[in-house]
Design a protein around this ligand. Structure first.
Ligand code: ZN
Length: 43
């Protein structure tokens, strides 16, 4: 069985579907887009 640490390490890097930019893990996990694309969407 995988330890939780191993499990999270094997997760794919989070990537913005809009621009493909890698996002920090600490970003709100429920958001799909990066800050830049979210800001654009707000306009
Ligand atoms: Zn983006």
């Amino acid at each position: 069985m995988m330890s939780p640490v191993e499990f999270f390490r094997t997760l794919p890097k989070k990537e913005c579907p809009e621009c493909g930019q890698h996002m920090d893990e600490q970003a709100e996990s429920y958001l799909m887009e990066c800050d830049r694309c979210l800001a654009k969407r707000d306009e």
